[in-house]
Ligand binder design. Structure first.
Ligand SMILES: *Cc1c(COP(=O)(O)O)cnc(C)c1O
Length: 229
């Protein structure tokens, strides 16, 4: 069942890639979002070809990391509290949700202790939603500049969580605008940052996100079914 749904999503990703404008040529990485699904479900997805998993809570990921007898790339997609930075740096290959100087510095400090350079994305609140995490667009450049100067952090791109609009087409201009911001960030000559990833699109809008330039999509429900809370 999970295998089937995973392959369905992969096929839809391929079709969305084919619909893109000619200048959008990036490969698209699928992160299977396994939050609130157990290790058995994770194994099923991995055995069916998933190579990337996304979790939104450090503690949950930690337990799964200990149990999961498979090699996979770990993405932290949820909001990260500074006091969890130490565990996050131990567990995750890519942290998508950096949105403050305070958090960036905490990650840098913990990564230094482990002799690791932590790959991160900066989360942008391009929809300017009051309750959402993510840095405001006008604060993005200074935050990226700060991260670029931190020795144990490497910025690989940007992340965006679209608003919950009923009419998903209202998200399209936001995805498009994120892609413009991504291209502008790519153009800057950073010291250590290497802006290659634009992470946006979830179960109900990943095809649209790909059409507008996403090259990482984070899909849970469409692969694993509804989450049990
Ligand atoms: C849960 C979550 C997803 C996946 O959501 P689905 O709608 O289940 O595909 C993607 N990104 C983030 C940040 C999430 O928290």
């Amino acid at each position: 069942m999970i295998a089937e749904k995973l392959h369905e999503v992969e096929a839809k990703i391929a079709a969305a890639k084919a619909r893109r404008a000619k200048d959008l040529t990036d490969d698209v990485t699928l992160v299977a979002v396994t939050k609130n699904h157990d290790v058995a479900a994770m194994r099923e997805a991995i055995d069916a070809g998933a190579t990337q998993v996304g979790e939104n809570r450090v503690q949950e990921a930690q337990g799964k990391h200990e149990t999961l007898d498979r090699t996979v790339t770990w993405h932290l997609i949820g909001h990260l509290q500074t006091n969890k930075a130490k565990q996050a740096v131990k567990l995750f290959d890519l942290i998508h949700s950096v949105d403050s100087e305070h958090l960036a510095r905490a990650i840098d400090k913990e990564a230094a202790k482990l002799n690791k350079v932590q790959d991160i994305l900066v989360q942008v609140n391009v929809a300017k939603e009051a309750q959402k995490s993510g840095v405001m667009e006008e604060d993005l450049r200074p935050l990226m500049g700060l991260c670029d100067a931190l020795p144990n952090v490497r910025v690989l791109g940007l992340m965006f969580i679209a608003p919950d609009y009923e009419d998903r087409e209202r998200c399209r201009p936001l995805f498009r605008h994120m892609h413009e911001i991504f291209l502008a960030a790519k153009d800057i000559s950073w010291k250590t940052s290497n802006i290659i990833y634009l992470s946006m699109g979830m179960s109900h809008d990943y095809e649209m996100a790909i059409e507008e330039g996403a090259n990482i999509v984070r899909v849970g429900t469409a692969i694993f079914g509804p989450r049990q809370y």
